[in-house]
Design a binder for this molecule. Structure first.
Ligand code: LRH
Ligand code: MN
Ligand code: MN
Length: 388
């Protein structure tokens, strides 16, 4: 197995984008739980995200959701982010909360609704120019609830036409990433339900279009790392929305439900060349902290990704290759499990300190006065995500 010292260069390249909506109040279909000190505007969301980066060195970008994070002056928001030591990241479009989109958006049968949805995306691309963002992430709530409700084939054709128009506006150095989701809010069929559909659509668009894989968007027992392998092999894995789930799209802290799955995914990311500076795969969190505090929830999440990345980097590739070549099933599996079972926490803590970061960022946050300050200062913070 490589030593910890041999993986620190790779570890230093880790960058995980935080979702602005993780910092606002959120909840479930049944209740939004308000918390004291939540941001009152996108500027405060960026400040909170920057706090996570300050303590971990892992989260240099903040993803925005439009219109949740609409501001008059995106250049000012960009400067504000830079002043706080972070940058603005992925722009997420939102065509799932307007009345007009009840029956769909980019795949809707009515050209007027599609026009409105396409225009929203064109505006998002303009915003990307102002924020310096690389990725436009599209997730669609489009689908139907009942067999026969609409023509699935026609909807797929409409989707393709809409995406083609949006893609034409994607500039140099920018990318379109299309996220899939098996179900919800539509329950019978979803217009982009799986990686294959996303792959087919983005491949038809061209080489600036990629698939986004949200780990919570699959059926139980789906082999997600197989999808990761396949998309990397095809050169079409654009980004991750990391979270974890027990049942459906739970949006819980990444690595909480199944750390081994996170490890297996990261092994395939590294194996397929999807890790590190210049790899072209953007790591992002897509989570909401409904009952736990937001900032420590995000700190815990990026640390979970870092910890599993370290274990995946420690995988003894040579020993694994040899065992695989020999058809030695148990040794191969043993080598794999050795990496997963390695406790990297003490080495990570020491390494963080050597880089001027707190050994234990969770404890450092708890010991700081950031939470008490925002709770005292921010009166009237509101939902900044679900239910907004
Ligand atoms: C949809 C989704 C998508 C949205 C986000 C808020 O379930 O994963 O990425 O933009 O949640
Ligand atoms: Mn997502
Ligand atoms: Mn989701």
């Amino acid at each position: 197995m490589p030593s910890f010292d041999q993986i620190t260069d790779a570890l230093a390249q880790q960058a995980i984008e935080l979702p602005s909506w993780a910092f606002g109040n959120s909840g479930t279909r049944f209740r939004v739980f308000p918390q004291a000190g939540v941001p009152r505007d996108p500027f405060e969301k960026v400040a909170d995200a920057a706090e996570v980066h300050r303590l971990t060195g892992l989260a240099p970008k903040v993803a925005l959701h439009i219109p949740w994070d609409l501001v008059d002056d995106f250049a000012a928001l960009r400067r504000h982010a830079e002043d706080h030591g972070v940058a603005l990241g992925t722009i997420n479009s939102n065509t799932f909360q307007d009345e007009a989109y009840k029956l769909g958006s980019l795949a809707h049968r009515d050209a007027a609704v599609r026009r409105k949805a396409i225009d929203h995306h064109l505006r998002c691309i303009e915003i990307m120019g102002e924020t310096g963002s690389q990725d436009l992430k599209i997730w669609l709530a489009d689908g139907t609830n009942y067999p026969g409700q609409d023509d699935m084939r026609a909807r797929q054709d409409h989707l393709s036409e809409s995406l083609t128009e949006i893609y034409a506006a994607i500039g140099e150095g920018q990318r379109l990433v299309l996220e899939y989701k098996i179900f919800e809010p539509a329950f019978y069929h979803t217009d982009v339900p799986d990686w294959g559909t996303s792959y087919a659509q983005v491949t038809a668009l061209g080489d600036k279009a990629f698939v986004c894989l949200d780990t919570g968007h699959h059926a139980p027992s789906t082999n997600i790392e197989f999808i990761v392998m396949q998309l990397l092999r095809l050169g079409k894995l654009g980004s991750f929305d990391f979270n974890s789930r027990f049942y459906a799209d739970d949006d819980l802290i990444v690595g909480a439900a199944d750390p081994f799955q996170l490890f297996r995914i990261l092994v395939e990311v590294i194996r397929g060349g999807g890790y590190g500076t210049g790899s072209g795969v953007a790591f992002m969190l897509d989570q909401c902290h409904n009952i736990e505090k937001k900032i420590p929830g995000q700190i815990r999440s990026v640390l979970n990704v870092q910890e599993m990345t370290a274990r995946a980097l420690l995988l003894d590739r040579k020993a694994l290759d040899a065992a695989q070549r020999d058809g030695d099933v148990l040794t191969a599996n043993g080598v794999f499990m050795d990496a997963f079972s390695t406790d990297v926490r003490p080495a990570l803590a020491e390494w963080r300190e050597s880089r001027g970061l707190p050994a234990d960022p969770m404890a450092a946050y708890a010991a700081s006065d950031y939470q008490s300050r925002i709770e005292a200062d921010r009166v009237g913070g509101d939902q900044a995500g679900w239910g907004a």
